[in-house]
Design a protein around this ligand. Structure first.
Ligand code: CA
Length: 519
C-alpha cells in the first residue's frame, strides 16, 4: 500500500501519465442528427407540403427523443458504469486547516492533491454548526427543520434551564423513520454501501431503527468495531484510530470494487481531545506557525496530517484498482473549527458566525469534472446528496422535499447555481451558542437572534470577520432578507425559539459537567 500511495502522491499530472479517453455519458451530446434528406425531384406544391409536414414530424420526434434522453438517461442506460462515490467527512475541521485552503503550517499533500484533481469550493458551508444536524442535512439533502435534527444530544442543554432567555428545543435525536437518506436511494438501486467511522445520528447501535444499517448502509464499522474506546485516538497497542478505520475502508473497497459502491468515510478526526502520533507532534514542534496559522498547536496539526495520510491511502487504493476515473470523491467537514484555527473568521464550532459553519470543500471526478478549478459561489452540505444522486443517474426521493441542489452542472461546466439564498436554523442552546436563524443571500448574511431579539446584517465578502453590523445603516436590506427568512421558516415548519422562558434567571449560570448521553 505504501508503494502505491507514494505513486499517487508523486504521480506527474502531465507527460508520461497514461491517458484513458473515455467520455462520460453525462457529458455526451445526446441529440442525434436529423436522419432526413429530401429527394431533389419532389418539386410540386403537394410534395413541398408533404416534405414540410414530414420534416416537422421528424423535428418533433427528434426533439421528443432528445428531451426523453436528457430527462431519463442514467449512466447505466448507456451501458456505462455508474460512478463509485466516496464521501469523506471530517469532524470539526476548520475552513483553512488544509493546504488548498491556504494553510502553510499543516502539511496535507494528499488532500491538496485530491483538491487539485478536481474543484474547490472557496465558500463551502456546513449546513449546521455542529455534528448531528450537519450529518442529517448531508445524508438527506434537507434543511434542519425538515428532519428536526437541530443539535447534539446533550443533557446540559435541555430546554427550560434558568440561564436560557427563550424556550428552545432539543429536536430529534435521529432522522424520522420515513426519511430516505442518500444511502437508501443508492442501495435500493444496486450500490454497495458502507459507513466507516462516525454516525452520530442517535444511538445507532447495529440493528436498532436509528442504526446506519437501517438507513441504507450494508456495512457500518465504528471505532469500537476496531477495538478503540470511545473518543480514543490510540488503542493502547500503538494503533492509531484513523489508520485502523482506513484499513477497514480499504478492505471494504477491495471486496466491492466490481460493482458501484458508496463509501461514506466519516473520520473521528480532527475532534478533540487529541492523542497524536509522537513523531508528527515532534515535526510540528520544530515549526513555527505564522500569519493566519498562528495559534495552531502541534497536536492539532499532527492530527490533521495523520488523517491526510489515510485519505492518501484511499486515493491510492482507487488508483491502484483503476477506479480513479470511475469515482466521485467529495471532501468536507461537519462544522467549523476550534477558535484557534479559524482566523480571521468570527466564532467557531457551535456558532452560526462564519467560523462555526465555514468548512473546506473539494470534489474530484477526473474525466468528468475539470481539474484545478475554484468556484466561489456558496454551497452547503445538503447539496452533496442531490449531487451524488445526479452523478449516479438516480432520482431524488419522491415523498420528501429536497432542499439542496445538485452541483454537478457547475462542477462540470462552471455554470452558476442561480440560488437566491442558503438558510440555517438553530433553535437551541449549546455552549456559547444560542437560538438563531439566518440566511446568506449574495454577499449578505442576516442573523436573527431569538433571545435578542435582534437582527444582525453583515457583508461577508467585504467583512468575512463579521465585525461591522450593518443592520442599523441598511434597514431596507434587513427588511428584504427578514421577509425571506420568515417565509422560509414557515415553509419548512421551523421550531421558533421566540417565547420567553418562564424559568429565566438573569443571574443563573450555564450548568457545568454532566455530559453527553451515551450513544
Ligand atoms: Ca463536529
Amino acid at each position: 500500500m505504501a508503494e502505491s500511495m507514494t505513486a499517487w502522491i508523486t504521480m506527474p499530472r502531465v507527460g508520461t501519465r497514461r491517458r484513458r479517453v473515455r467520455p462520460h455519458p453525462l457529458g455526451r451530446d445526446t441529440v442525434a442528427p436529423l436522419p432526413f434528406s429530401p429527394p431533389e425531384m419532389m418539386t410540386s406544391t403537394f410534395a413541398q407540403a408533404l416534405l414540410a409536414a414530414t420534416r416537422s414530424a421528424f423535428v418533433l420526434l427528434s426533439q421528443a427523443l432528445a428531451l426523453a434522453l436528457s430527462l431519463c438517461l442514467a449512466p447505466a442506460a448507456f451501458g456505462a458504469k455508474q460512478p463509485n462515490i466516496v464521501l469523506i467527512l471530517l469532524d470539526d475541521m476548520g475552513y483553512r486547516d488544509v493546504g488548498f485552503a491556504g494553510n502553510k503550517y499543516i502539511s496535507t499533500p494528499n488532500i491538496d492533491k485530491l483538491a487539485q484533481s478536481g474543484v474547490v469550493f472557496s465558500q463551502c458551508y456546513a449546513s449546521a454548526p455542529n455534528c448531528a444536524p450537519t450529518r442529517a442535512c448531508l445524508l438527506t439533502g434537507q434543511y434542519a427543520p425538515r428532519h428536526g435534527v437541530y443539535t447534539v444530544v446533550d443533557d446540559r442543554y435541555a430546554p427550560g434551564q434558568p440561564h436560557m432567555k427563550v424556550t428552545s428545543t432539543t429536536g430529534n435525536d435521529e432522522l424520522p423513520a420515513k426519511t430516505k437518506t442518500v444511502a437508501d436511494v443508492l442501495k435500493s438501486n444496486g450500490y454497495a454501501t458502507a459507513l466507516i467511522g462516525m454516525w452520530n445520528l442517535g444511538r445507532g447501535r447495529n440493528g436498532s431503527p436509528g442504526s446506519p444499517l437501517s438507513r441504507g448502509f450494508d456495512v457500518y464499522k465504528r471505532p469500537d468495531d476496531v477495538k478503540f474506546e470511545k473518543d480514543a485516538y490510540m488503542d493502547g497497542k500503538g494503533r492509531y484510530l484513523s489508520d485502523a478505520l482506513c484499513d477497514e475502508a480499504l478492505a471494504w473497497i477491495d471486496q466491492h470494487k466490481s460493482k458501484p459502491f458508496f463509501l461514506y468515510y466519516a473520520e473521528h478526526s480532527v475532534h478533540e481531545p487529541f492523542d497524536p502520533k509522537p513523531e508528527l507532534v515532534a515535526k510540528y514542534k520544530a515549526k513555527t506557525p505564522t500569519g493566519l496559522d498562528k495559534g495552531i498547536t502541534p497536536e492539532y496539526a499532527a492530527t490533521v496530517e495523520a488523517v491526510d495520510f489515510s485519505i492518501g491511502r484511499i486515493m491510492a487504493k482507487l488508483e491502484a484498482d483503476g477506479l480513479t476515473k470511475d469515482t466521485l470523491v467529495i471532501f468536507t467537514s461537519d462544522n467549523g473549527g476550534l477558535p484557534y484555527v479559524v482566523n480571521p473568521l468570527r466564532g467557531s464550532k457551535g456558532l452560526l458566525y462564519e467560523g462555526g459553519i465555514r468548512v473546506p470543500g473539494a470534489v474530484s471526478w477526473p474525466g468528468v469534472i475539470p481539474a484545478g478549478k475554484t468556484y466561489d459561489e456558496p454551497v452547503a452540505s445538503m447539496d452533496f446528496m442531490p449531487t451524488i444522486l445526479e452523478a449516479a443517474g438516480l432520482p431524488l426521493p419522491k415523498d420528501q422535499p429536497t432542499d439542496g441542489i445538485s452541483l454537478l452542472r457547475q462542477l462540470k461546466s462552471g455554470a452558476p447555481l442561480g440560488r437566491d439564498a442558503i438558510y440555517w436554523h438553530f433553535p437551541c442552546y449549546i455552549g456559547k451558542g444560542e437560538p438563531m436563524s439566518l440566511l446568506r443571500a449574495g454577499d449578505y448574511k442576516l442573523i436573527q437572534k431569538f433571545a435578542g431579539p435582534t437582527f444582525e446584517l453583515y457583508d461577508v465578502k467585504k467583512d468575512p470577520g463579521e465585525a461591522q453590523d450593518l443592520a442599523k445603516t441598511q434597514p431596507a436590506k434587513v427588511e428584504e432578507l427578514k421577509n425571506l427568512l420568515v417565509a422560509w421558516q414557515k415553509d419548512t415548519g421551523a421550531f421558533l425559539a421566540d417565547k420567553k422562558n418562564e424559568a429565566y434567571d438573569p443571574n443563573a449560570k450555564e450548568q457545568r459537567g454532566g455530559g453527553k448521553k451515551k450513544r
